[in-house]
Design a protein around this ligand. Structure first.
Ligand code: ADP
Ligand code: MG
Length: 237
């Protein structure tokens, strides 16, 4: 579902982090918010997912204004850098938990869990606990749990940051495959330009709370609008 940030602003006390940001993520698109640490990527994502309330502007999913809705009412799937799986639950219980909270019947939960486990390819791990999984496996579980309620949008904040180099590479293409197969609209927050380039349809590059350029990876690489963009992409003029 299309995501629209319309004049979005966010301050913490007197600190203005984002001012009047406009951004549209098309239905089915995967967009990267790319920029150095502290530029406001997570702040923006948290506002989209409903953890932070904007101090100005609106956030729309499709035509629905969700600005004042709490996270639970927005139908978003979220994966953060730390997987935050429930350690005492099995993989199957972790994945099914959002449906259990909703009051879904156990037989239906089981069916949905099986189907999503197939999608993220962890059908063989259902009885294990998080401590018995590798980082990549834990991240697949977190993805499955984020997707189980068939959210309108998927929000990923540095989802690969805790993985070693080999797993990071594998999970790049896995997350992209899953996003394509589900057709879900997604925002990926990252400070890693290669990740953004290899995983996303378009990149919005941020500096100090502003989007300085928004383009496809190829456009951005071939025609960086500013020295900052060029430098950040490792392709200085
Ligand atoms: P990024 O995700 O791009 O690294 P963040 O969005 O986390 O950056 O942070 C952007 C800026 O907003 C930083 O200067 C940070 O210190 C500030 N900030 C983020 N969250 C809070 C908060 N809860 N209270 C005060 N300042 C915050
Ligand atoms: Mg961040």
């Amino acid at each position: 579902m299309r995501i629209l940030l319309d004049n979005f602003s966010k301050s913490f006390g007197s600190t203005k982090v984002i001012e009047n940001m406009n951004l549209e993520v098309a239905h089915g698109e995967m967009l990267a918010l790319l920029g150095p640490s502290g530029c406001g990527k997570s702040t923006t994502l948290f506002a989209v997912c409903g953890i932070h309330r904007p101090t100005g502007g609106r956030i729309l999913f499709g035509d629905r204004d969700v600005t004042d809705l709490p996270s639970q009412a927005r139908n978003v799937g979220v994966v953060f850098q730390s997987y935050a799986l429930y350690p005492h639950m099995t993989v199957a219980e972790n994945i099914g938990f959002p449906l259990k909270v909703k009051g879904t019947a156990s037989a239906d939960i089981r069916k949905e869990v099986d189907s999503i486990a197939g999608l993220v390819q962890i059908g063989n791990l259902m009885g294990r606990r998080p401590s018995e999984l590798s980082g990549g496996q834990q991240q697949r579980v977190a993805l499955a749990r984020a997707l189980i309620r068939k959210p309108d949008v998927l929000l990923l904040d540095e989802p690969l940051a805790n993985l070693d180099a080999k797993l990071r590479l594998e999970m790049r293409s896995e997350i992209r495959r899953i996003q394509r197969e589900t057709g879900i609209t997604a925002i990926l927050v990252t400070h890693d330009q290669v990740e953004a380039m290899s995983m996303c349809d378009r990149i919005a590059i941020m500096k100090e709370g502003e989007i300085v350029q928004i383009a496809t990876p190829a456009e951005m690489y071939n025609d960086p609008r500013t020295a900052f963009v060029a430098g950040f992409l490792g392709n200085p003029p």
